[in-house]
Ligand binder design. Sequence first.
Ligand code: NDP
Ligand code: MG
Length: 387
Amino acid sequence: MKELIILGVTGSIGRQVLETIKGKDFRVRSISCGKRVELLDDVIRDYNIEYLSVSDDSLDTVNKVNKLKEKYPNLIVGYNQEGLIKAVTDYPGDVVNAITGIAGLIPTVKAIESKKNVMLANKETLVVAGNIIFEMAKNNNVRIVPIDSEHNALYRLMNNVKEKEISKLIITASGGAFREKTREELFDVTIDDALAHPNWSMGAKITVDCATMVNKGLEVIEAHHLFNFDYDRIETVIHPESIIHSMVEYNDNSVGALMYNPSMLIPIQYAIYENNVECAIDSTSVKKISFKDLKQITFREMDEVRFPMIKLAYEVGKAGGLLPTVFNASNEAAVSLFLNKKIKFLQIEEIIKKACYEYRDINKVKPNYTIEDIINLDKEVKANILL
Ligand code: NDP
Ligand code: MG
């Protein structure tokens, strides 16, 4: 039996992790959520959950927790960051980190310190602290396995291939909700428009990140850290059908691509089972590609004028240090303002650009940094934006 701790269990990835392991030989004793406690009744019953971490301790959420505890009196509940850390450290198992945003950083760190392998959907962890995380993972002899579909595809394509046999990594991008719109047409787009992703159903933050192309920028930085590739060996290409999930170009100019109909169940199962085919998910969960129906797949060059955030992400990634933290924090703050109808869509880009400019000398001021510095800077950048 394999033991798992699932963080962000109420989210889009978290729920699909549960779907992936349903009826299989798994034991889950510890889970975490933000505030949507009302979604967890069945989960606590079906998996006999012992510990629940809730990140929100508002009266409303505590009320919902108390109702749950009436039904499950043995359930132990922890709150806030302290409670989240306990979810990782006090129970056995590999950790699936499906929390959204920088809130996923500390649990990743704690998992590694507790010598637990991490199946990582939370790309923000690697964007802000990739160097530190991989150094820690090496010292603690744990694996970080990506769930993000592009990186999971690259991870599979690079299996048993030497780094020097590869000339570049090519990350595919669907183009998001507004890929057919010009910049002028973005002026008045609404939240609903931004959340209508053509190929994927995901949490709100990442769906907006796809529309701004910030998501692909974060993924370029994520790939740099995961695979230790220089930025000039990481390319992006728009592929509207989302059938190819990324590609590896080898030195002989041959290219390997991983294809499946868009579904996160594939990368989730690969990360969790890692070649353990006996436990593999039901092969009917994801529809086979019918090449007869598909007929064609298409590609477009990434346009840095139409999608300026991709260019900025490369600049920020190459600069390294604390600048990716500024990029990530300003994006999280701007997306939350957009989702709360406080700003227009195009202002997300303006806020990120302004923050990266204001902090352009941060690496000179602070060339060496710790996880604590990242957390403090994240708070500072967000406070300036969320005034
Ligand atoms: P969702 O918004 O659907 O879910 C996020 C989860 O994190 C929820 O369980 C939420 O709790 C919890 N959460 C939110 N804020 C906090 C916090 N401050 N502290 C602790 N927990 C918190 O997001 P997704 O599942 O879409 O994405 C999760 C991660 O996976 C992101 O990093 C995303 O970039 C990445 N990813 C997602 C993909 C997808 O298909 N969805 C694809 C590739 C990567 P609650 O629901 O209770 O508020
Ligand atoms: Mg992705």
